[in-house]
Design a binder for this molecule. Structure first.
Ligand code: SF4
Length: 312
């Protein structure tokens, strides 16, 4: 199945000069992504009537909760931001994830400074921005990242894998009518699921097998629930090693003793954190292409998102 472009809501300041200081944020990750996904840009602060440039906002803790207040004018934007966020988010359709600007009192997904007052004093704690908080509440099962966090290769890998998988399933769901197609889809995702959660993978296997003969509509619903849930988890080094050892069982009978030794030594180096996952995956892709193992060829695990994004 060809890769389907995910639909990603992004902070608009990654593409337009809408920051409080009238600037645009440059992000290499967003530059990489732009040809491979559909961006849905939004600037919550512009949407509540603030222009660019504008006086900055800050989050202030009060007795009844956190308020969004404009410094200098002391205008309170809490209600207008909350109303905008609710109406914007409830109007979204077919969304696969979010990339929001870090540290912003609106878009920051964590570590945004919360102050006790408008006085010039240090922040008392850190939390999410007001718009980001609503995003996380409403879309708790979708990947939400910031441009800062995706500089970590593992976070980036998980995010890209999740958004491309979610968009592929969304597309499949639109056209699927038979159990056979779902079985096919599931088979191609087995190793990927194994990396994210073995227990979920087994649950999904049972749903697809459908020994209880549930109607197909309820099978696809249950499967979707688990599919969304599995990508709220993270694949980690240990789970990748487990999957790669499993894959090794398929291609090892068809490679030479020297190649086996080399692969196992690279696996150890990955385990020690000396080489990145992509380096190892590239080697396995070569073995798969050469040995032609039909089970491994169809595994999404080895190509979960466009090749151009794999080596950035
Ligand atoms: S961080 Fe959010 S609110 Fe601030 S400029 Fe960017 S899009 Fe607008």
């Amino acid at each position: 199945m060809p890769l389907v472009k995910p639909n990603i809501v992004i902070s608009r300041c990654f593409v337009d000069a809408v920051r409080y200081n009238g600037a645009r944020i440059s992000s290499s990750f967003m530059d990489e992504l732009k040809n491979h996904v559909n961006f849905i840009p939004v600037c919550p602060e512009m949407e509540v009537g603030l222009g660019a440039p504008r006086l900055p906002l800050r989050l202030v803790e009060k007795k009844d909760g956190v308020h969004m207040i404009q410094q200098k004018t002391e205008r309170d934007f809490t209600d207008s931001m909350s109303d905008f966020a609710s109406s914007f988010l409830s109007g979204l359709k077919d969304i696969d994830g979010f990339v929001l600007k870090s540290k912003s009192p609106s878009c920051g997904i964590a570590s945004v400074k919360i102050y006790a007052s408008m006085e010039k004093k240090p922040a008392v704690r850190r939390d999410k921005g007001l718009f980001a908080e609503k995003v996380k509440e409403r879309y708790s099962n979708l990947p939400v990242e910031s441009e800062g966090r995706v500089t970590d290769p593992d976070i980036k890998e998980n995010f890209l894998t999740a958004i491309f998988s979610l968009s592929e399933f969304r597309n499949l769901k639109k056209n699927i009518t038979s159990q056979g197609k779902l079985v096919d889809f599931h088979t191609g995702y087995k190793l990927l699921f194994m990396a994210f959660s073995q227990s979920r993978m087994r649950i999904m296997g049972k749903i697809v097998a459908n020994h209880e003969k549930h109607p197909f509509s309820s099978v696809i619903e249950s499967y979707e629930r688990e599919f969304m849930e599995i990508f709220t988890r993270r694949a980690n080094r240990k789970s990748h090693i487990n999957v790669l050892q499993h894959a090794f069982g398929y291609f090892s009978p068809k490679i030479t003793a020297g190649e086996k030794k080399n692969f196992l030594s690279l696996l150890q180096r990955y385990k020690n954190g000396d080489i990145p996952l992509n380096f190892l995956l590239e080697i396995v892709r070569v073995y798969i292409a050469r040995t032609g193992d039909s089970y491994l060829i169809r595994q999404k695990y080895f190509n979960p998102y466009p090749e151009e994004l794999q080596w950035r």
